[in-house]
Ligand binder design. Structure first.
Ligand code: KG4
Ligand code: ZN
Length: 325
């Protein structure tokens, strides 16, 4: 089964060719250089950039895989959730290809793509607790099998990535902020400053309070932000890392599932990966992390999820900005 996949859910134009569970190509055309001028993603500019780059991304994905449209069995595209203008570019393009080359078309939920990304190239192991932690989402899922995915916790306000991005902007660290904080914090002491760990008993997250704490910290400690940024970012990141670990491990225990899968852009974070690994080893939980290439938005995870699902949808499938999983 050879699948041509497209993801234009947010600000990266991505296309991949997935042959069964192996990735033959995975092209990601980042828009960071455009959006960094605004300090965040501007939806209309993102949609226009997708429109400019989608044909090139698909062509390159096919070329690197050594394929043409004729070799493809199925076209898979992210149908949501995401920015509607961005989604519509990918969905329209995928529909065009499917119609022109008479291929099956399948619409994939972007969050399901993230959930399965750590299994790319491997076999999925059920059951598992899945933590999707990105710029748009922070949620925990109980996954019993491909047809039984239940959300068991989510952020009530900001996503963890959003909290990292906005705070990095506040501290003038550049864009995208999660990666900037990851790098900046590596030489810092995570115990130097205190930031709150906000957790709810029912398993939900909240990160807006931490964002406010960062604003207050800046007002109270301007010299620390100016002269001690490694320690400040390490301490701030540690609050996010600890909260994510606490909730994920708690979910594993509560649901009696000893397998944890982490995905989404923030799962690229070096400190989160290392501390989660240590904690899971201590708790005898099997931790499955994605290759860094498959943490942030990519079409390979969409193609791989389409391969797992093995079903197809009709060509009137549509983009929806707010579908849930
Ligand atoms: O999965 P993704 O590409 O897009 C969404 O679906 O939201 O995630 C993007 C998020 C951004 O908030 C970005 O700052 C964060 O992932 N991110 C990181 C790292 N790389 C990307 N956060 C922490 N450490 C990183 N190394
Ligand atoms: Zn994503």
């Amino acid at each position: 089964m050879k699948i041509l996949a497209i993801d234009t859910s947010c600000d990266d134009t991505s296309s991949a060719v997935v042959a069964d569970n192996a990735v033959a190509s995975n092209i990601i055309m980042s828009q960071d250089e455009i959006h960094k001028n605004y300090g965040g993603i501007v939806p209309e500019i993102a949609a226009r950039a997708h429109f400019l780059h989608i044909a090139g991304a698909v062509k390159k994905a096919l070329f690197i895989a050594g394929n043409t449209f004729d070799d493809i069995d199925k076209v898979a595209v992210t149908k949501g959730p995401g920015l509607i203008g961005s989604l519509l570019v990918g969905v329209s393009y995928a529909k065009g290809i499917a119609y022109r080359f008479d291929k099956k078309l399948v619409g994939i939920n972007h969050l399901e793509g993230h959930l399965y990304a750590p299994f790319i190239g491997k076999t999925v192991k059920y059951p598992f607790i899945g933590l999707v932690v990105s710029g748009g989402h922070t949620a925990l899922y109980k996954v019993l099998n491909g047809n039984d995915i239940r959300m068991i916790g989510r952020t009530l306000d900001d996503a963890a990535g959003e909290c990292l991005d906005k705070t990095a902007r506040l501290w003038g660290l550049g864009y995208p902020g999660g990666k900037a904080i990851d790098i900046m914090s590596r030489t810092g002491n995570p115990k130097q400053f205190k930031f709150p760990r906000i957790a709810f008993l029912n398993g939900n997250f909240s990160f807006s309070g931490l964002k406010t704490a960062a604003i207050r910290f800046s007002a109270d400690n301007p010299s620390a932000v100016k002269n001690d940024i490694a320690n400040v970012t390490a301490s701030f990141l540690e609050a996010i890392v600890d909260t994510l670990i606490l909730h994920s491990v708690k979910a594993c225990k509560k649901e009696n599932i000893d397998r944890l899968v982490i995905s989404g852009g923030v799962s690229a974070n070096k400190r989160l990966r290392a501390k989660m690994r240590r904690t899971c080893d201590g708790e005898l939980i099997e931790l499955i992390l994605p290759d860094t290439e498959f943490t942030t938005d990519n079409a390979a995870m969409i193609g791989y999820t389409a391969f797992l699902k093995g079903e197809s949808e009709s060509a009137d499938m549509n983009a929806t900005s707010s579908i849930v999983l």
